[in-house]
Design a protein around this ligand. Structure first.
Ligand code: NAG
Ligand code: NAG
Ligand code: NAG
Ligand code: NAG
Length: 181
């Protein structure tokens, strides 16, 4: 995978990040959901709620109206610098294959960060309520060296290769120099 190859020579920084994970701010800054086909996918709510300066909770409630046996997701990362610019990762993942075999290492990181907060953690098909409850970011699960900044993770979801909905989340990753001392 593109991203992991890029970071492999920096393995040492990975250990560094884990050791200092309590000196890191890793939190959501925005969340946007949009269905492109409300006869198949409906969003009831998508929102962030701040419970403290460091902890922002993400909640999502949607419904898949008919079973989907073929799901693809185009995941792309962006970093803010005069608007969001593409950053390292741009990949289309076969979600049904991934849920059986975790074949994509980057998707695995994203999935491990959120699966405990969601019922979206089984194999295909998918139908009915799709719920994410009080999901917050835990830096110890990031397992990648990350530059400080604001990032967008855009996820465009397809059923049978036809676009159905988007879930775009932005987050801030920042080493907290005050806490480290
Ligand atoms: C929208 O959803 C319906 C199922 O309710 C499906 O038959 C149709 O093909 C979908 N349209 C697109 C463009 O995916
Ligand atoms: C999701 O939204 C539906 C429709 O408004 C509602 O019936 C259901 O209780 C909600 N589920 C959760 C877990 O909030
Ligand atoms: C999915 O999440 C639910 C609720 O957190 C949990 O009870 C269940 O064991 C999980 N399933 C898998 C396959 O991880
Ligand atoms: C999600 O992000 C992608 C990439 O920037 C963009 O093309 C798409 O319109 C966004 N979707 C929403 C609902 O904002």
């Amino acid at each position: 995978m593109q991203l992991l190859k890029f970071f492999q020579p920096l393995g040492i920084i990975l250990i560094f990040n884990i050791a200092f994970s309590d000196a890191v701010i890793f939190k959501f800054s925005n969340f946007v959901c949009k269905s492109h086909n409300e006869s198949w996918f409906i969003f009831h709510n998508c929102r962030l709620k701040a419970v403290s300066r460091e902890r922002i909770l993400l909640n999502m409630n949607g419904t898949i109206l008919y079973a989907a046996h073929s799901i693809q997701v185009h995941i792309k990362m962006w970093k803010r610098a005069n608007g969001f610019k593409p950053f390292l990762l741009d990949s289309t993942v076969d979600a049904c294959r991934f849920l059986k075999s975790s074949y994509d290492p980057f998707a695995k990181i994203v999935y491990n960060i959120f699966k405990d907060f969601s019922n979206i953690n089984h194999t295909c098909p998918y139908v009915g309520p799709q719920i994410v409850t009080d999901f917050y970011l835990r830096p110890e699960l990031l397992l990648l060296p990350f530059p400080s900044g604001e990032f967008l993770l855009s996820m465009q979801w397809y059923f049978y290769k036809k676009p159905q909905f988007d879930t775009n989340v932005t987050f801030i990753f920042m080493e907290d120099l005050l806490k480290r001392n």
